[in-house]
Design a protein around this ligand. Sequence first.
Ligand code: HEC
Length: 98
Amino acid sequence: MNLIKKTLLANLITLLLLAVPVHAFDSDNGKALHNENCVRCHDDSMYTREDRKTKSYSLLRERVVQCEIMTELIWFEEEIDDVTAYLNESFYHFNLEK
Ligand code: HEC
């Protein structure tokens, strides 16, 4: 392989790496999905009630899945992640590092 080809290949690889999103959760999409599908049984006060049951990010995601199944939605993993991210940013504020 000559030098020009090598340089072109290296540039291409760099571009491909840059195109991969670092943080994929879209909480705006989550909010839209939530407001469209999830306020039939409970409103936002469910997430801020004093004795709320959800104690961690992973439990929050599990709860979203349970309610999603109960609502007979068939969401993609990304949609579950987006709604979980929205609820966490707006109400729960769990630290994702833990
Ligand atoms: C069929 C009615 C129903 C629908 C629709 C519904 N939920 Fe729920 N949800 C419940 C009930 C009932 C509880 C309370 C369960 C409990 O107290 O253990 C709950 C609890 C929750 C909690 C936990 C609250 C806490 O204590 O921290 C979250 C989060 C939640 N729902 C998210 C969602 C999301 C996201 C959707 C849309 C996909 C949704 N719910 C749709 C009935 C519903």
